[in-house]
Write a protein that binds this ligand. Structure first.
Ligand code: ATP
Ligand code: MG
Length: 269
């Protein structure tokens, strides 16, 4: 659906929430795979030193010789850091624990907030013909996450359906506002997606109600259920869409992908 009316290049979405374990990586991998199943070409950028997205897509540590770190700090060209995955049209720039020192090394660099922006928003990117780039952020509002927000067109926020879920959001929104005021005026919020939703649990319903009351249309209709197939898939190095396409988790991520595509077509119109 590469949209010629948008500024050239793919739509870049940062998947962010400073809270740990809320489903950022799971959403990055599976939204990526679901977009591919709708005919899109997708690049995932692993921006977390934990490297979970890389592991979940089967990139072995010994195959991570060139990583996001090299792209950001050593000016290694895009073509050299991008790796194919088992899923056609789903590529990844992997990460290793080396990236944990990047946060500090970036401090002394005067372009510190713009390194990922400059790496991704460059004419060479067009040659790869991606429709979407999804950035898996670390569980922090550090300089890596700021780099993602400066590089991105929008932020997609996974919200775990549990107590305190909404509390961290104000800090995240504050950071988005700061980035808008300083480095990326056009940054939008793609939406908030409820993750690990359990329809039988009153708490999940309460979190959903609060989120919809406070955030309105920003909350995606699609909800990602707590689903054991989703949590098993990474140990088989696959998205849940390939591991168990008929599972509730796979269906939910396909629904989310359709909403994302629809939103982007509407924005482009
Ligand atoms: N819908 C789901 N159903 C069941 N388990 C899930 C679901 N989504 C995520 N999980 C599990 O929850 C854990 C945390 O998910 P994930 O790694 O995606 O979160 P994260 O926000 O990326 O974490 P971190 O902040 O450490 O990067 C993982 O073990 C994952 O398999
Ligand atoms: Mg993660």
């Amino acid at each position: 659906m590469h949209d010629p009316t948008r500024t050239p290049g793919p739509k870049i979405i940062a998947i962010a929430n400073q809270k740990g374990g809320v489903g950022k990586t799971t959403t990055t991998i599976n939204l990526g795979a679901a977009l591919v199943s709708e005919g899109m070409r997708v690049l995932i950028v692993d921006l977390d030193p934990q490297g979970n997205a890389s592991t979940g897509l089967g990139i072995e540590p010994e195959d991570r010789t060139l990583t996001t770190y090299d792209l950001l700090l050593d000016d290694v060209p895009l073509t050299d850091v991008i790796k194919a995955t088992e899923t056609d049209d789903l590529n990844i720039i992997p990460a290793t624990v080396d990236l944990s020192s990047a946060d500090i090394e970036l401090m002394s660099n005067e372009k510190r907030s713009f390194l990922l922006h400059d790496s991704l928003r460059q004419p060479k990117m067009d040659e790869h013909e991606y429709d979407f780039i999804l950035i898996d952020c670390p569980p922090s509002l550090n300089l890596l996450t700021v780099n993602a927000m400066v590089a991105a067109h929008s932020v997609l926020v996974p919200l775990q359906s549990e107590f305190f879920a909404l509390e961290g959001l104000s800090q995240l929104m504050l950071t988005i506002r700061e980035v808008r005021q300083t480095a990326n005026k056009a940054l939008r919020i793609e939406g908030v997606v409820l993750t690990m939703y359990d329809a039988r649990n009153n708490l999940s319903q309460q979190v959903e109600q609060d989120a919809r009351d406070n955030l309105g249309d920003l909350v995606f209709q699609a909800k990602i259920p707590r689903n054991v197939r989703v949590s098993e898939a990474p140990s088989y190095a696959m998205p849940v869409l390939d591991y168990d396409p008929a599972s509730k988790g796979a269906k939910a991520y396909r629904d989310l992908a359709l909403e994302v595509i629809e939103k982007n077509l509407a924005q482009a119109a």
